[in-house]
Design a binder for this molecule. Structure first.
Ligand SMILES: [Zn+2]
Length: 171
């Protein structure tokens, strides 16, 4: 049994074990939002339900960042080549370094964009001004969103979905 942990603004943070959830609750750091109705916990002095969703009371400083991966770059750019602006499937896409690695460019969010194989090949080791190829959108660090992190299993309660943000493109 696991518990969905929300921050004080009801934004999902992560999934924790029920034991961890109990500690957060019993030490007054979190309040119960929803319980597993069917499960009773008995202790010599009290009886309670197992928390299904728990909300942290203190403000949680999240420094989560989206990991720089091929998927997350393609997803940020909506699977669209930033040069010819056509949409492609994941296996047809490549990562293009705007300033090529060979020219001192780094693998960072602001220097990596989605490119189809043809455009990437055409740009080669040239700078945008040399190739006359400029990315359609200025590449930025994507905002962390829980649907990129949460992988719900069939065993997880359906009610958790109420707290998660669903992007229909990703489901
Ligand atoms: Zn292209």
């Amino acid at each position: 049994m696991r518990t969905l942990l929300l921050d004080c603004t009801y934004f999902p943070i992560k999934v924790v074990s029920w034991q961890r959830a109990m500690i957060l609750w019993l030490t007054g750091r979190a309040e119960v939002v929803d319980v597993y109705e069917e499960i009773d916990i008995h202790s010599p002095r009290m009886e309670f339900k197992l928390p299904k969703v728990l909300r942290l009371l203190a403000r949680h400083r999240s420094n989560r960042q989206v990991r720089l991966t091929r998927f997350h770059v393609f997803n940020r750019d909506n699977f669209t080549c930033q040069y010819c602006t056509h949409q492609f499937s994941m296996k047809e896409l490549t990562l293009d370094h705007i300033v090529p690695l060979s020219r001192g460019g780094k693998t960072t969010w602001s220097n990596v964009v989605t490119a189809c194989q043809k455009c990437n090949g055409k740009k080669g080791n040239l700078l945008p001004v040399e190739a006359h190829m400029h990315p359609k959108n200025r590449p930025t660090v994507p905002k962390w969103t829980p649907q990129l992190v949460f992988r719900l299993t069939d065993d997880d309660p359906l009610e958790w979905r109420d707290y998660l943000i669903w992007d229909t493109d990703l489901v």
